[in-house]
Write a protein that binds this ligand. Structure first.
Ligand SMILES: [Zn+2]
Length: 378
């Protein structure tokens, strides 16, 4: 919904119920942009109203990023450490980032996870009870089917909440049309990730930055807190990244993907005709098994700024199971399995078509149900 539509709805509510009959915020929203007469001022008025309220308004940092056609642009990014500090100041950090998760218990269990043995929090018992595990998330969105994609970058806690509104905190929105790419590197995203990595590392260090990120200025809040610890001595550590394959490839600057004959970022499996290492060979003697890279071997292939996260491990790139089934190597397997089940009358006693129709209905109803953490987050 646009802000202008939101203003009209609030204005209609005030008209219907009277100023006394609506919440104070509804009155404020109804007044935005001189009561809707100056649409261009609606966003500015909202920012002013939120700042005046001392609400959870976070000043964006304007980064100079390279964009297409050799140009640069000032682009707003909401620094995760600023929002983190604000959430803690307002005493909602724990509710939004921790939920009912037992922090010490969580980090104790991470000690045996592959790649986490050297993680700064796992290695320092004193930090475990005061560090929120967080994840980053990226996905393309569109206003409508005809629009070009817009990348939305978010971060959030690890606990389950039914509302994405609560668990996904925005850090950047950028249209793909702006990207500057050369030699397979997305320089626009690299500039944004360099800044975000700096911000996430501050959250793990537990301090507001003493100096601004190069080329930017500290916000008023950042300047007043420069070098201070976050409230309650709290920290946050990125433990995983979730996104579809396109996101993973661009973010982690991988050189192999489903678009290439070399389909896998971890081994030499191939989809080239006549290859000796076909990706669809899942037998115990499959040739690609001898070419699987260890975490250490796989990392030097990538140059993403996120490799600069303190405690980085290859295991932090989470596989996206649903995308693998939907568009990746498991697509043919999923199709074969469903056809086989339909022939065995798995869903009903009718024909194969009846069974496939029922499978489709079952899948659609599954899509609308709230998912548990194992599917949603990993
Ligand atoms: Zn592989």
């Amino acid at each position: 919904m646009s802000l202008s539509a939101l203003q009209r709805i609030c204005a209609a509510s005030v008209q219907e119920h009277g100023a006394e009959g609506v919440a104070e915020m509804t009155q404020v929203l109804a007044q935005l942009g001189n009561g809707g007469r100056c649409k261009n001022n609606i966003l500015r008025d909202l920012q002013v109203a939120l700042e005046r309220d001392n609400a959870l308004y976070v000043t964006p940092t304007y980064l100079t990023i390279p964009i297409a056609h050799g140009r640069t642009m000032q682009w707003p990014v909401v620094p995760p450490h600023e929002l983190f500090g604000k959430l803690l100041q307002h005493n909602v950090g724990s509710r939004i980032l921790r939920g009912t998760l037992d922090l010490s218990g969580f980090w104790n269990s991470m000690a045996t996870e592959p790649g986490f043995a050297r993680h700064p929090v796992v290695n320092d018992h004193s930090k475990r009870a005061q560090t929120f595990p967080i994840r980053i998330h990226g996905d393309d969105g569109r206003w409508s089917g005809k629009e070009r994609p817009i990348l939305v970058l978010q971060w959030g806690g690890m606990h389950h909440t039914p509302h994405p509104y609560d668990c996904r905190l925005l850090c950047c929105v950028i249209p793909g049309i702006l990207y500057r790419k050369s030699r397979k590197i997305n320089h626009t995203l690299r500039a944004i990730w360099t800044f975000l990595t700096w911000s996430f590392n501050l959250m793990l260090e537990g301090r507001w930055p003493a100096e601004p990120f190069p080329g930017t200025v500290l916000s008023a809040l950042g300047a007043s807190q420069a070098g201070n610890c976050f409230p309650g001595g709290m920290r946050a550590a990125v433990i995983g990244s979730k996104g579809d394959w396109k996101f993973e490839k661009e973010t982690f600057e991988q050189t192999r993907s489903w678009q290439h004959n070399d389909v896998c970022c971890l081994c030499n499996a191939s989809k080239a005709t006549g290859t000796q290492l076909p990706f669809y060979d899942f037998s115990s003697g499959a040739g690609w098994r001898a070419t699987v890279l260890s975490d250490e071997e796989a990392c030097p292939l990538m140059s993403s700024p996120l490799l600069g996260l303190d405690g980085w491990a290859r295991a932090m790139i989470w596989d996206d199971l649903l995308h693998a089934i939907f568009i990746g190597p498991a697509k043919s397997f999923a199709g074969s399995a469903i056809t086989l089940l339909a022939r065995q009358h798995h869903w009903n006693d009718g024909t194969v078509d009846d069974n496939l129709a029922m499978a489709c209905l079952a899948f659609r109803s599954w899509c609308f149900r709230p998912k548990n953490d194992s599917v949603r987050l990993q």
